[in-house]
Design a binder for this molecule. Structure first.
Ligand code: NAD
Ligand code: IPM
Ligand code: MN
Length: 357
């Protein structure tokens, strides 16, 4: 197979972890006889510094022309001034919107080898295997915003908007995913307070009743969900929710497997190239130290193979290699719980070596 992959390393630890995921993809190419070509493009703070734009047109074009996109992370204190004209994060939101990537798949799967890396007790987290589907191109992230007035009367607002169409398509995808696994779907909203959540709840209930009567379906309010995730995570199968709730709940859920540094994601739309990234950010507190965990990005590369290149065997080979290096005791600092730890590069080397075997 031939495939062209755009790398968007971005800021902070982004370049460090993307480099390791690229090496892993190259090792997969060698082992399975595929020809992957890579090109790096600018996004985020580094793109602002070099071009004034967090998502230059050349990046969008290269992404459109590619088979799949692998992103590190964007953002950092250098670009955090609240009165700045633009922000690194705007580049990420724009690429999601431009490519129509409305569905963000965030699997929360435990590696048994890491069960003691979680701050939660083994009895609670054992058996956890949740697939979050976070709506990614609508909701409050993309609502109209404004700032008016001055002094104590200055106000700011941002609208939360969802259309029936937007809810239908993400719920359908989530229900289809549920059919392929535990056949259970939970929709999370705040329908007791927010109008868009009431539209979300009504639409989801209709789609489920009309199109997926065989899938077990329930609804949970987002505040209660935050609690259930910690108390009884293994009760959930597929969870579908809006953009902001999905952002928050999945960072919370990352503590079940033990670290944000372990969690990959896939952003998919209807047809074009998918975008794959860790769910974590640019981790400015550890950037440049060579200690970031590259496994989330390496596992995102596995999702890229599975969802964009239809290469299930190759994806599974990466996931097995990761499980094997964990079983051998290798840990980056975030999952070492104070024990001995290895560098970003050493973790990448170990996964590459496993794949070569
Ligand atoms: P963060 O996810 O970057 O970091 C949170 C904590 O997790 C930090 O202590 C960090 O060191 C740790 N961490 C994250 N990834 C890790 C890894 N791979 N290995 C080891 N430890 C890891 O969140 P933040 O600090 O709130 O945000 C920093 C910047 O990243 C902000 O500018 C934010 O906007 C941006 N951000 C970008 C993305 C993205 O590009 N997709 C996602 C989230 C945050
Ligand atoms: C994520 C990040 C982004 C989001 C930011 C950086 C725009 O937190 O990918 O989870 O909120 O979607
Ligand atoms: Mn986030």
């Amino acid at each position: 197979m031939k495939a062209s992959i755009v790398l968007l390393p971005g800021d902070g630890i982004g370049p460090e972890i993307t480099q390791q995921a690229k090496r892993v993809l190259e090792a997969i190419g060698d082992r399975f006889g595929h020809e992957f070509t890579f090109q790096s493009q600018l996004i985020g703070g580094i793109a602002i510094d070099e071009t004034g734009d967090p998502l230059p047109e050349a990046t969008i074009q290269a992404c459109r022309d590619s088979d799949a996109i692998l992103l590190g992370a964007v953002g950092g204190p250098k670009w955090d001034d609240p009165s700045a004209k633009t922000r690194p994060e705007a580049g990420l939101l724009k690429i999601r919107k431009e490519l129509g990537l409305f569905a963000n798949l965030r699997p929360i799967k435990l590696f048994n080898q890491l069960i003691d890396a979680s701050p939660l007790r083994r009895e609670i987290i054992e058996g956890t295997d949740i697939l979050f589907l976070r709506e990614l191109t609508g909701g409050i992230y993309f609502g109209e915003s404004s700032r008016t007035g001055s002094g104590p009367d200055e106000t700011a607002s941002q609208a939360m908007v969802y259309s029936v169409r937007e809810v239908e398509r993400i719920v359908r995808l989530a229900a289809q995913a549920a059919k392929g696994r535990g056949n259970r779907l939970t929709s999370v909203d705040k329908a007791n307070v927010l109008e868009p959540s009431r539209l979300w709840r009504q639409t989801a209930a209709r789609v489920m009743a009309e199109e997926f009567p065989e899938v077990q379906y329930d609804v949970v309010l987002v505040d209660a969900m935050a609690m259930h995730l910690i108390n009884r995570p293994s009760d959930f199968d597929v969870v579908v929710t809006g953009n902001m709730f999905g952002d928050i709940l999945t960072d919370e859920a990352s503590m079940l497997p033990g670290s944000l540094g372990m969690l990959p994601s896939a952003s998919l739309g209807s047809g074009g190239p998918g975008l794959y990234e860790p769910i974590h950010g640019s981790a400015p507190d550890i950037a440049g130290k060579g200690i970031a965990n590259p496994l989330a990005t390496i596992l995102a590369a596995a999702m890229l193979l599975r969802h964009s290149l239809n290469a299930e065997t190759e994806a599974a080979a990466i996931e097995k290699a990761v499980a094997d290096v964990l079983a051998a005791g290798l840990r980056t600092a975030d999952i070492a719980r104070g024990g001995p730890s290895v560098s970003t590069d050493a973790m990448g080397d170990a996964v590459v070596d496993q794949i070569k075997q």
